[in-house]
Design a protein around this ligand. Structure first.
Ligand SMILES: [Zn+2]
Ligand SMILES: [Zn+2]
Length: 279
């Protein structure tokens, strides 16, 4: 069996009524528009499929008044991947937009950091501010999976399958982890919310939703160290990802191929931001 993986980014939602102040702490330009994409990721090697994060479903979209473009599980279905047949789901963290689709994966073992479930069920959740990005029902889904014997915890770094590793980052959420994947072009790092945008890690700009700023800044270095190059770091919410990588289907950039060589150089330039797309 090969240990080279294909990686697909599936965009299932977007939120464009945002400004740069929502993406960067203390940015000089706080008022310009700054669009956000929402993704899940599919890893495939031979006949093995692993799903990284689950997005959120139409129920959560209604609860938060944040509509989705497509149900992530339906997108997988269109790719020939049945969510209820998936046996491995990696959860980078338990925020609503990453753990909001757990019910679609009743047969999967969930891989998450022990620190994340402890955080999401611990005393910090007494604070409205800390609790806001979590949804109780999603956390309960994770606990139900735990009691059904379907959770494997990591503490730090772990190999999930040959060529697929998770690494604890923290910062944005206490147990946030990134995913490092071996592809034919080298090690790619799915940063998830360790860097929402290219600009966060490239320019050392913390994202405002943060538990520990120092951990977040250290995480910016860690994701770059784990990746083959800057072209191998994939931010978790940046619309530019869909510009830099080729679409799976011509004319539909909602699914792009991260194992393929980038179409364009990912410029380490502040002007190369998602805001440019929103204008
Ligand atoms: Zn998050
Ligand atoms: Zn997120």
């Amino acid at each position: 069996m090969t240990d080279h993986w294909q990686i697909y980014a599936l965009k299932y939602a977007e939120r464009n009524a945002r400004t740069r102040a929502d993406s960067f702490i203390m940015d000089d330009d706080h008022a310009s528009p700054h669009a956000m994409d929402y993704y899940v990721w599919l890893l495939q090697s031979g006949d093995r499929s692993i799903v990284v994060d689950t997005g959120y479903d139409p129920d959560e979209a209604d609860r938060r008044s944040r509509p989705i473009l497509q149900n992530p599980a339906t997108m997988l279905d269109r790719m020939g991947v049945a969510a209820n047949a998936i046996d491995t789901v990696i959860l980078t963290h338990l925020h609503y937009d990453h753990a909001g689709g757990l019910k679609s994966y009743p047969n999967a073992t969930l891989h998450l950091q022990a620190a994340e479930l402890a955080f999401a069920t611990g005393s910090c959740m007494c604070q409205d501010h800390m609790r806001a990005p979590f949804t109780g029902e999603h956390v309960c889904d994770a606990v139900r999976a735990l009691y059904a014997g379907r959770v494997e915890f990591s503490v730090g770094s772990r190999e999930i399958a040959p060529g697929v590793e998770t690494h604890l980052i923290g910062g944005h959420s206490r147990g946030l982890q990134c995913v490092r994947v071996r592809t034919r072009r080298g090690w790619v790092v799915l940063a998830s919310d360790a860097s929402h945008y290219y600009e966060n890690y490239r320019h050392g700009k913390p994202f405002p939703l943060v538990v520990d700023v120092a951990e977040m800044l250290t995480g910016f270095r860690t994701i770059r160290t784990l990746a083959e190059s800057d072209d191998h770091v994939i931010p978790g919410h940046d619309p530019l990802v869909r510009r830099h990588f080729p679409a799976l289907l011509a004319g539909d950039d909602s699914i792009v191929q991260l194992h393929a060589d980038p179409l364009t150089v990912v410029e380490p330039d502040a002007a190369d931001t998602a805001g440019a797309l929103a204008k």
